[in-house]
Design a protein around this ligand. Structure first.
Ligand SMILES: C[S@@+](CC[C@H](N)C(=O)[O-])C[C@H]1O[C@@H](n2cnc3c(N)ncnc32)[C@H](O)[C@@H]1O
Length: 229
């Protein structure tokens, strides 16, 4: 991971230090609500891309007896350990995850775990095979995790334009990205960066909120969960 990559590395931790108590707080409250509602019965949790754990909380982590962390950023691992010093995390390599067989390997390596993707699925992964076609890789992930407990929050779109409405949204199934955006940005032109992960688990209920990452930078974030208990 390059040191100053905007979705990870030093730059991201500086943003977290600057904004987590203010601009990021409403978003983190929404993530906490989503985590409270996700109740997999597994004793083991695999956290994927948690960074410094800025969106996580001890109440959620305490539900699991064993927590494995897949996070290549060494500083993020350090900050996560410091932030939740009462927990013992098992850090593991995930340089294979972006590979086309990465999703199948994930399911095989952790046969008894629940998986939490921490704003990873709309980001560029580091490691072997990182230049993959995202739609193909995400299709492989959904297939590999069929019948497993997993959840994800992920960026669907980001933009410099301030949303017209800061609201939360729940939907019974997926909607086209343009229709989703229209719930939050009313009228006019909207230039977005498409994170290319809309439409996962199309028949499942889903939730949406907004995250103001930095002044003039707004993200539409989706929450998906499977829970087979
Ligand atoms: C947008 S950041 C995550 C934000 C963080 N979850 C939060 O709530 O603040 C994306 C994370 O994915 C991690 N990442 C990148 N490639 C990865 C891989 N192959 N396996 C696991 N994590 C990866 C990055 O190091 C980075 O911490």
């Amino acid at each position: 991971m390059p040191l100053l990559h905007p979705s990870g590395g030093l730059f991201y931790h500086l943003r977290a230090w600057r904004w987590q108590a203010t601009r990021w707080r409403p978003f983190h409250s929404d993530v906490a609500r989503w985590l409270d509602a996700w109740q997999p019965a597994n004793a083991q949790l695999v956290l994927i891309g948690p960074s410094g754990g800025y969106a996580l909380n001890a109440r959620f982590l305490a539900r699991f007896q064993r927590i494995t962390v897949l996070e290549p950023d060494a500083l993020a691992r350090h900050l996560l350990g410091k932030r939740f010093s009462d927990f013992e995390f098992e850090f593991a390599d995930s340089s294979w995850l972006a590979h086309s067989v990465g999703p199948a390997m994930l399911a095989q390596r952790y046969p008894d775990a629940a998986f939490l993707f921490c704003n990873l699925l709309g980001q560029k992964l580091t490691g072997q095979g990182a230049e993959h076609d995202r739609q193909v890789w995400l299709g492989g992930l959904q297939t590999a995790l069929q019948g497993r407990n997993w959840a994800s929050w992920h960026d669907l779109a980001s933009t410099a334009r301030r949303p017209s409405r800061f609201v939360q949204l729940s939907l019974p199934q997926s909607e086209p990205l343009d229709d989703l955006l229209a719930h939050f940005w009313l009228g006019g032109e909207l230039e977005i960066h498409d994170h290319e992960c809309a439409g996962m688990l199309p028949q499942s209920p889903r939730q949406y909120t907004l995250w103001q990452l930095a002044p003039g930078r707004f993200h539409l974030v989706e929450w998906l969960q499977t829970s087979l208990v």
